[in-house]
Ligand binder design. Structure first.
Ligand code: ARG
Length: 299
């Protein structure tokens, strides 16, 4: 099971969540201050109409609020220095995918960004993780795109990775993701360009429960989600788009940090036993990101 890539329910013979090894909780988070954050082009539908429209001082206050929320949730926040000219670097879930292998070695798999402007962000993260002692791994094929933890998401507390593809990452990347982390990968195909990264429409809450925006996925992917998660909660269109509610960050299956204004999703989370911390990330939603993609979980 360890290196398998599952593409459809037909592949799941012999698979059981219970048999997946356990994964440690993240030890902290990495964030990048928004000194140079801006919307300068349109890489996803959220960005339309917002070129030059970021309120810098509000963005800075909102970033501090998110940082404080992670600290309240019990995770120390480390920072990588922002780089002038890299306006999307603040979304530090995308440049790498980080975790530990079964021997507990910390690994940083470098992303290969779809847009050339974002490719320039990766070396700064490579240097940061190398300095912290992570083993750096790169994909063999430089032509395959892979946007890190924006599309690759760890199942809570389990050695299992959910791999989104369709807009930013390509399915070919996940064979190597599975091998690098010695962990099975379940592929999920995204079909709605508004939900261009898996973290915009798929938010594991606990090991048993996930929050999704269903029409972001093709039928086969929905079937995989329903087969593996005993509890599947859904976000409505308004909350999924306006509040990017599926881009909440859930910490240790205990605390959810969620964009304010998503009342139904907040109730779903509370029913699942999560403490909900509401924050405002409106300046980041202008670029197509909210809480989840403003950090990288560290191990
Ligand atoms: N403007 C950035 C982009 O389009 C936003 C990335 C947000 N990250 C995320 N994981 N959803 O690449």
């Amino acid at each position: 099971m360890s290196h398998s890539v599952y593409r459809g329910v037909g592949d799941l013979k012999g698979f059981s969540l219970k048999n997946c090894q356990s994964m440690p909780d993240p030890t902290g988070v990495l964030m990048c201050a928004p000194d140079f954050y801006d919307v300068v082009d349109i890489k996803n539908p959220f960005m339309a109409g917002h070129i030059g429209g970021v309120n810098r001082s509000l963005a800075r206050r909102q970033w501090e609020e998110v940082r404080t929320a992670f600290e309240t949730a019990g995770k120390g926040v480390l920072a990588i220095d922002p780089v002038q000219g890299l306006e999307d670097m603040v979304f530090c879930a995308n440049q790498t995918f980080v975790g530990v292998d079964p021997k507990m070695e910390r690994i940083c798999l470098l992303g290969q960004m779809r847009h050339s402007s974002r490719r320039r962000e990766v070396p700064a993260f490579e240097a940061w993780f190398k300095d912290k002692g992570y083993r750096i791994v790169r994909l063999k094929d430089p032509g395959v795109s892979f946007e890190g933890a924006g599309d690759a998401i760890w199942h809570p507390a389990k050695r299992l990775i959910w791999g989104g593809h369709g807009f930013r990452s390509q399915p070919e990347a996940y064979e190597e993701v599975a091998r690098a982390f010695e962990s099975p990968v379940v592929l999920l195909k995204l079909v709605n360009e508004r939900f261009y990264h898996l973290d915009t429409c798929f938010c594991p809450l606990t090991s048993e429960a996930v929050l999704i925006y269903p029409s972001a996925f093709d039928a086969e992917s929905l079937e995989l989600i329903l087969k593996i998660f005993p509890i599947v909660l859904t976000a409505g269109e308004g909350e999924a788009i306006r509040s990017m509610a599926c881009n909440a960050a859930v910490v240790d299956a205990k605390t959810a940090i969620l964009q304010k204004g998503a009342a139904s999703v907040a109730r779903h989370m509370a029913v699942m036993g999560l403490k909900v911390i509401e924050v405002d990330t409106s300046e980041y939603i202008k670029s197509g990101g909210s809480v989840y993609c403003m950090k990288m979980f560290l191990y």
